[in-house]
Design a protein around this ligand. Sequence first.
Ligand SMILES: *Cc1c(COP(=O)(O)O)cnc(C)c1O
Length: 389
Amino acid sequence: MAVQVELSERLKQLPPYLFLEIDKAKRAAIAEGRDVINLGVGDPDQATHPVIMDAMKKAIDDPANHHYPFDAGVPQLRTEIAKWFTGRFGVDLDPVSEIYPLIGSKEGLAHFPLAVINPGEKVLLTEPAYPAYQAAVTFAGGKIQYLPLKASNDFLPKISDIVESKNVKAIIVCYPNNPTAAVATKQFYTDLVRVCIEKNIIIVSDLAYSEVYYDGIKPPSILEVSGAKDIAIEFHSFSKTYYMTGWRLGWACGNTTLIAALAKVKSNVDSGVFNAIQHAGIAALHIDKVEIEDMRICYQERRDALINGLRSIGWKIDPPKGAFYVWAKIPSKFTDSMACSKAFLDEANIIVTPGVGFGKSGEGYVRMALTVPVERIHEAVQRLSKVLV
Ligand SMILES: *Cc1c(COP(=O)(O)O)cnc(C)c1O
């Protein structure tokens, strides 16, 4: 008789993968050779900057980089991150105790709950959200209480909901937000820090999209708020800013106790970031601001092409404030976000992500990623003009 392997309860607790059906249809469409425009991927289509690649090539040739990295990484990376942080947010960080390198910010976000959440302890998660938070809290045995993000509150959680919550250990927020493309104000962070200090709630801020913003309005860091370092840890990433998604490099910064706790978890799980990649990261931090502006101009052009194009065919959508997504209320002819995504794929060979896949409050929306060139966006609008009538 065949033996049935038994998987862990924590794995079984993860929600079913809602994109499964869409994924299958997508693969089938591509296999059939249909000309698919994929607005479903949150991965930039551009190549990493040559300066970063050159630094990597050089670092690879140095045998000193071939060993286990020190836990806390190449010291120069942390000092360069500190310099960058002061320049960008006006916040000084101690490179030794307030910054820690990560194998991408997702890795840090996934491991952090293990450092602070006991089984049964409650974590507030905004939703719709990046799915990794839910999995991370579940793996640590935490209980999730969702805070819905609504257009009527600019896709920010209501501070009053946090005030009224009971026995909460931590909250995770992400602005610029994936998937809603909302940006938090400094006032929101000020209120959040005040409430969380009062209630002793650890704040986790995911700032993976800090540099992807529009119209010159820079998203703040929660660490700009006085007192934030008492209660908050913030996760940053090289992925989106420098077109480095595949390289796996990010950092955590903020409260020293939380940083040390995350470091302790990590020291038992991984052995740090490949040194050569850390040197590539140092090179990235030295890239001229003007070149980073090119990335924003690129997304701004795509955003304008998509928003203006869809408006011209009668689909009114609010432009994103940050990140490279357009979060669009589905046209009224569709019953729900899955039906909308399916129709776009079947009738126009366009892939968009159904909002419900990011959480229940995402129902009624689809997410479109600005990760294809302007010509393809024009083509997508053209095709959609026939679907929307
Ligand atoms: C892309 C993304 C990340 C992960 O970035 P990595 O540093 O590549 O792990 C984290 N949070 C959100 C919301 C993202 O969309």
